[in-house]
Design a protein around this ligand. Structure first.
Ligand code: CO
Length: 620
């Protein structure tokens, strides 16, 4: 198989890149690999830019507390660039998580704190070393700091988060590999054990088989990482930080492929929690930028939620020594029957036509500690692209003293509270609606006053206004005006003489409750606007900056958009934040039923009529 420039790095390419770094980068033996991923060709350079496979590599060197980044030319086996990034802290990788926990369990002060709570078997204690953030504290400067949360595994042995250990927070310097201190804010009784996740008894017995069969096989054609499905053409990609990536999305219209997007990914997310107490104010997770979604993808050979004929894509990640780690079945693809596509019944003749909807689903699931996120991209027959996040797993449990009423959470089990929080996912859409010259606009609806033009007061005024520059393209959802956004191509007109366009139709969403002066608000500025647009730049990838771990904030979108660059008839990137506001319920314990949050890109004058008129009826 000849590889495409956008194919994820192979096992061999990762090993080859590691060798180049070890031999040429001048790092000492303590250095480890945060990231080895495809350095995607800068598409503005044309085919020449894509002629060579390159790896983007980030290393952390504990001896010097330095983070380095660079690019390896894989075939030439040489460094194209390499340099220290002042002030940057690499992501916290899996091995550091494990190392941090080990250090804490071996610490006498921690053992004493556990003993005060009646815990003697340290093997049953889960310690998680979360990024400590940046609160400007003098004594924390120069450390690679992690703030820890602790739990006791349940008796059934299937829930490591089953019994939260209250008020106990070790503080770890991952660079020097030492426990800095143990924050113990007072003993709270260990909650009773109610948290079995895999019951084997009293399972319901009235579920009958529901079979999905595809006797003629699937409707998609796969060639390496390229997928053709009905009129859609898509390239599957992977990044160790962002996880699933899609490239080169186009729709075949009367035999002509029409581009819609160059690239789609979820380059940052944050989960800020709302409890201000000393042990919990630091709790927020930039799961993409601080830990890496791609690193945490589930190998779906262990189980996947899909039915029917499934095609899996394997991807290659790596451990911190740079050894390649094949992740089998990391990306899942299948077709789904999706109920009604369209229907009309003629009331006079009684004739009806009912057409069922089919969608192509490309998804991946990532497990980060207690939580599980499923990322689903849907391609519909009518040209719509759906984006959905499924949130499940164990809501973050914290112990609460008997009789205490939670102020910033709910009681979800005896002795356990779970704090109010949000999950904000920032998606990046590198647009190409009928080509690389696009503009962006906002559509709103208003009630004009009663007067000669609106004598009965029923008028709904439609306004579409251009968002000509970055400062004007930072927008929030507004239910009062039914606001949405369009990306159009002024150089490409539809049958009605209007620019062809896609609209971004928001679904459920929320705004942040963070105080604008808070540390996390500065670091996650992207979540204060649902919609941002920027001109395309190959190096503008992460809305909270390249190194959010312990970062001060202000980087990424807020920094780039200060220039207030033009968005007119140019190469555009749209950023949309999907925020899921969550006050956990007792029903979310011990494991949360999936919560769905989604939005859609719909063709809006991209076609001249319903593009799914040609879908035959009754074809199941
Ligand atoms: Co939640």
């Amino acid at each position: 198989m000849t590889s495409h420039p956008l194919d994820p790095l192979t096992e061999h390419e990762i090993s080859a890149s590691v060798l180049v770094i070890r031999q040429q980068a001048g790092l000492d033996k303590s250095a480890w690999f945060e990231t080895i991923t495809l350095d995607e060709p800068d598409r503005t350079l044309g085919p020449a830019g894509a002629s060579e496979r390159r790896a983007y590599v980030c290393c952390y060197e504990p001896s010097s507390n330095r983070t380095y980044v660079g690019v390896v030319r894989i075939m030439a086996a040489e460094l194209e660039s390499w340099g220290h990034v002042p002030g940057a802290q690499a992501r916290i990788v899996t091995e550091e998580f494990a190392l941090g926990a080990e250090m804490v369990r071996a610490d006498e002060r921690f053992q004493e704190a556990c003993a005060r709570r009646g815990i003697t078997d340290l093997d049953k204690v889960l310690v998680e070393t979360w990024s400590a953030g940046n609160f400007g504290l003098e004594e924390e400067q120069g450390m690679r700091l992690a703030y820890c949360y602790c739990w006791l595994i349940n008796d059934a042995g299937d829930n490591r988060y089953g019994r939260p250990i209250g008020n106990l927070h070790p503080v770890v310097d991952l660079r020097r590999r030492k426990v800095v201190r143990i924050d113990d804010f007072g003993v709270i009784d260990i909650p009773p054990d109610t948290a079995a996740i895999r019951p084997t008894e009293n399972l319901r017995s009235d579920i009958k088989p529901l079979e999905i069969t595809q006797p003629e096989g699937p409707g998609f054609v796969v060639d390496g990482f390229h997928v053709a499905w009905q009129k859609w053409s898509i390239r599957v990609g992977f990044d160790i930080r962002e996880g699933l990536v899609l490239h080169n999305i186009s729709y075949l219209d009367q035999g002509r492929p029409r581009p819609v997007m160059h690239r789609v990914s979820m380059p940052e997310m944050v989960v800020p929690y709302g409890d201000p107490s000393p042990g919990n104010f630091r709790r927020n997770a930039f799961d993409t930028g601080e830990y890496g979604i791609g690193l945490a993808l589930d190998a779906l050979e262990l189980g996947c939620d899909c039915l029917g004929h499934i095609h899996y894509f394997d991807v290659c990640t790596h451990d911190w020594q740079g050894n390649p780690v094949i992740k089998k079945n990391a990306v899942c693809m299948h077709e789904e029957d999706f109920g009604l596509l369209w229907k009309h019944t003629d009331a006079v003749t009684g004739k009806a036509r009912t057409v069922r909807s089919r969608r192509l689903v490309i998804s991946s699931i990532c497990t980060i500690g207690n939580y599980v996120y499923g990322f689903y991209y849907y391609f519909y027959q009518d040209g719509t692209i759906g984006v959905e996040v499924k949130a499940t797993g164990i809501p973050f449990p914290t112990a609460i003293a008997k009789g205490e009423v939670p102020e910033y959470g709910t009681i979800i089990a005896p002795g356990i509270q779970s704090h109010v929080h949000q999950h904000a996912f920032c998606f990046r859409f590198d647009m190409s609606v009928d080509g690389d010259h696009n503009s962006v606009s906002e559509v709103e609806f208003n009630t004009p006053p009663i007067g000669p033009a609106n004598p009965q007061g029923n008028a709904i005024e439609i306004t579409e206004r251009n968002l000509p520059s970055e400062a004007q393209a930072q927008r929030e959802i507004n239910m009062a005006s039914a606001r949405y956004w369009r990306v159009s191509n002024p150089n490409c007109l539809n049958t009605f003489g209007n620019p062809t366009a896609y609209k971004l139709a928001p679904g459920s969403n929320a705004l942040p409750f963070l105080h604008s002066e808070s540390s996390v608000a500065k670091r996650a500025a992207f979540m204060f606007k649902h919609f941002w647009a920027t001109p395309y730049r190959a190096d503008e990838k992460y809305p909270a900056g390249w190194f959010p771990n312990q970062g001060e904030g202000g980087l990424g979108l807020p920094e780039w958009t200060k220039a207030d660059r033009s968005l007119e008839n140019t190469d555009l990137v749209v950023w949309y934040t999907l925020n899921f506001h969550h006050l956990p319920r007792p029903e979310d314990w011990p494991v949360q039923p999936v919560v769905y949050a989604s939005f859609e890109w719909m063709p809006d004058g991209f076609f001249s009529e319903n593009p799914a008129l040609d879908v035959p009826p009754n074809r199941l």
